[in-house]
Design a protein around this ligand. Sequence first.
Ligand code: NAG
Ligand code: NAG
Length: 345
Amino acid sequence: MRSVISTLVLAALAAATPKPHCFPYGTATLPKDLSKPHVPLKDWWCPQSMAYGFQGFSYPMEYYDCSAPQNGFEYMRDDFARMKRDFGASIVRMYYPVCTNESVFENAIRAGVANDMAVIFQVWTNFGDGNEEWQQSQQAIYNVLSSETFGPLAPYVVHSADFGSEPVGDGMDGGGDQFLTDLGQFRAVMNAHGIHAGISEDWDRPGIMSGDHGVGLGPIGARVRANSDHCHAHIMPYYLSSNPTVAQAWPYIRQQIAWLARNVQLPTMITETQWAWAPHPYHGGATDVGLAQYTEYWKKFDEECKFFKLNNVGWFLHTWLGEATFDMVYDNGSYVIPHWRPRKC
Ligand SMILES: *[C@@H]1O[C@H](CO)[C@@H](O)[C@H](O)[C@H]1NC(C)=O
Ligand SMILES: *[C@@H]1O[C@H](CO)[C@@H](O)[C@H](O)[C@H]1NC(C)=O
């Protein structure tokens, strides 16, 4: 009797707040034969108002050999499944896909389909060294979008595409006039396929992304904004000073979110933010690091879910596996913060 009543109560609650039929936060699912859904693209994606709080992970893909298992479908499918099952992730942010073949983007789409998750495409910057790699990476994305198999489906899986991760910071494509022109062209091609485009970047670069002393937009930032559909921001208190403390982090994050809302005014997600669970030569000389600090840092994001909802800002955990002591996954596969599923408020 009790279980009948509780079943009825649960059913009534579920009926009162039905999950909308949309992707990737709602109930919409992708056909598993790689055909495109029978839904117009404009009715497919969940509304911007649902895009807040935990989105998923940055997924390092730093394997130059395109035939490495990590660039393969099965590997991604299984990782994406764990992100969704254990953390409730809905989007995977491809991070540094250094293989510049179509296959890596095709496999990410297939892994997204297998798990009903979205992916963010990223052009590989090669850290600003030369034009060959980013052009190959961009061409690989273009080829996937115009391919017979993946082209029609891609706009239903690819949430958005970034013309590099910190391309301004790394001086990709010169980082100036030519870069801005090419960002505009990249966006035009993405938009022609119905995909939003921009860059993934730190706006706290006074005189460049932000204005002098951080007031208003800087000369590059203003033109990035004019050539973007979204703001994928890196808000990284970890790099604020040579010895950052976790206590300084949240006031800075709040202040940066307010700055972006005032100055950039585009749909915003924090695509990169991080803390280390142990010192590591990759991550500078910070001493306020450890399991306790790492856990405190990420749980604070989750506790602030209502703040993210109010500000309509999403965030990604940086990273899954591949960035040393920033990772959530140990080499042996277990999690740095076990049994933790960010709540969705
Ligand atoms: C590159 O991608 C194409 C198309 O997916 C595939 O046929 C080819 O085998 C790939 N080459 C490498 C080196 O992975
Ligand atoms: C995995 O590795 C981490 C870090 O070395 C360790 O703390 C943890 O106990 C290991 N877990 C398992 C299941 O071996």
